[in-house]
Design a protein around this ligand. Structure first.
Ligand code: ADP
Length: 507
């Protein structure tokens, strides 16, 4: 692994990171955590990574310094101003913003109206992001020459296509890495937009942007990026099979030589129980007793009973089919009967929100549901719970199981994707079999996404819960794991290095 990519080449490596979200200014899920962490983590490897973002209100409001770079027009007629900016309280350097109020200055999420309807012009809004990336790669900012472009998810999926087919003749094509955070979101648009978005006719085929009769921006990214990665090695393998491939498995298998997996890290400064300003009492693996104060604080914040016999179980999640939370709804009566409490923080699917409201009504003091996106409460819940439940049907990486480990809140997960890459399940049978060796267990896991498998895992977890010294050992082990970004950043640096200096460049 290269640890000083920039030094190795004798020139600094300048990576343009293209994404719709960036923690802490705008986050709807794990994408923001990753794009927010990479600039800092990669600087240690001699890589300067500058984010390029659409000028959404959350970003424009946070700007403290600003320099105009260029004004361009997309082939479809949108005027864009590219600005080089710094954000308030940013611990990394410069970023680029595409200022285009008619595209981005709106209420709602980056992708939807307040009523959760996708914006009708999303094809133009996100194609503009990719077009801006192409302009910077072509040298629009003479003070900062892009060495490599790192695009994230379908929002930036047209970037490699524009780099390949529209790059300025005076510059060499810039290599492009695409990171897939979730294959389920494919950026699908009607084929009538092909010409409007300056996608060459020659790209409209099975091995290009065409996906069951529609344009897929994600598929465009996969087809034309030099390298593609997912956010865990296991997910990179799973998406090549029909069960997890969302219709793209054959295409991905065809391109498997360019596909790899790099496991996400977590921000161990923001998620650190020993220094977390958002929790009632700070603690570490040697002062685990202090976690109790956080349990009590959460009891009062959420109005829970304080006589629970079983573990307090947290769910912090988007409420979406992917997250497999129907298992929790089904298992809740068993969990409550076993003396557990259930605290759920999440929003999204309206039917699922109602199911959790009903559960809360059925089990007052035992079940709490908050329909919200609340970073502070997420910290308080992980500090104040014993278990974090992540029963996802599929999970590209998953972050909350790692936050849980760091806070002595053991993960109980469906063993797929990044969950399988991070959680080593405790087995009752192994507890005696492994005496004298190092038992790597750090949580609990089930293999089949069905209620029987979940309940069997629940019962096994309860056996461990009753053996407090063993439970504590699992907590301490999770809390001492190296979950930070160092390893992932090293792997990204090595991949950049490979792309810049070793890969045969695509024609
Ligand atoms: P995904 O990206 O699929 O939503 P991840 O586990 O990769 O799932 O990342 C989710 C991120 O969003 C985590 O940082 C998690 O703590 C956070 N999160 C999800 N839902 C909420 C919520 N309702 N309130 C606060 N944070 C949330």
């Amino acid at each position: 692994m290269s640890d000083e990519v920039g030094v190795r080449s004798g020139r600094s490596i300048q990576v343009l990171q293209v994404s719709a979200e960036l923690f802490p200014w705008l986050k709807t899920g794990g994408l923001a955590d990753v794009t927010g962490a990479l600039p800092g983590a990669l600087s240690r490897y001699g890589v300067e990574l500058r984010p390029l973002l659409p000028g959404l209100p959350a970003f424009t409001r946070a700007v403290t310094e600003c320099r105009a770079v260029t004004a361009i027009q997309t082939p479809w007629g949108d005027d864009l101003q590219i600005k080089c900016v710094r954000f308030a309280s940013s611990d990394f350097g410069w970023a680029y913003l595409i200022v285009a109020p008619h595209l981005y200055e709106r209420d709602g999420s980056p992708y939807e109206t307040k009523d959760r309807q996708a914006f009708g012009d999303n094809h133009r809004r996100f194609a503009a992001l990719s077009w801006g990336a192409k302009a910077l790669a072509d040298g629009s900012d003479p003070t900062w020459q892009v060495s490599l472009v790192h695009a994230h998810d379908w929002h930036a999926g047209l970037t490699p296509l524009y780099l390949k087919f529209h790059h300025a003749l005076h510059v060499n094509p810039i290599p492009c890495l695409l990171t897939i955070h979730n294959l389920a979101y494919q950026g699908l648009f009607a084929p009538k937009h092909l010409h409007e978005l300056a996608i060459p006719e020659a790209c409209w085929h099975l091995d290009g942007v065409e996906f069951f009769g529609q344009i897929s921006m994600l598929k465009a990214g996969i087809a034309y990026a030099d390298r593609v990665n997912t956010v865990s090695p296991r997910y990179a393998r799973e998406i090549q099979d029909p069960a997890q491939g969302h219709g793209m498995h054959g295409f991905l298998r065809l391109h498997a030589a360019r596909l790899s997996g790099i496991l996400n890290g977590i921000d161990t400064q923001i998620w650190d129980p020993a220094h977390d300003p958002m929790i009632a009492k700070r603690y570490s693996s040697i002062s685990l007793i202090d976690k109790e104060e956080n349990v009590l604080a959460l009891t009062s914040i959420l109005g829970l009973d304080n006589d629970a016999r079983g573990p307090r179980c947290a769910v912090i999640s988007r409420l979406a089919e992917q997250k497999g939370l129907s298992l929790i709804v089904q298992a809740a009566p068993t969990m409550i009967r076993d003396g557990a409490q259930l605290v759920v923080l999440g929003n999204g699917d309206a039917a699922m929100e109602r199911q959790f409201e009903v559960l809360q009504g059925q089990y007052p003091g035992k079940v709490s549901f908050r329909s919200d996106f609340d970073e502070r409460l997420a910290h308080q819940m992980i500090a104040g719970s014993d278990l974090i439940l992540v029963p996802s049907r599929f999970e590209p990486c998953g972050l909350t199981q790692m936050y849980g480990m760091r806070y002595g809140c053991l993960p109980l997960v469906h063993l797929v994707g990044g969950l399988a890459d991070t959680v080593r399940p405790w087995r009752f049978a192994n507890e005696t079999a492994l005496i004298g060796t190092v038992n790597p267990a750090n949580g609990f896991g089930f293999d089949q996404h069905c209620i029987e498998s979940f309940v069997a895992c629940w019962q096994e977890m309860l056996q461990c819960w009753k053996m407090k010294p063993i439970w504590k050992r699992l907590q301490s082990r999770g809390m001492s794991l190296a979950l930070g970004w160092d390893v992932a950043a090293g792997n990204y640096a090595a991949l950049y290095d490979q792309m810049l200096f070793r890969d045969a460049r695509h024609p």
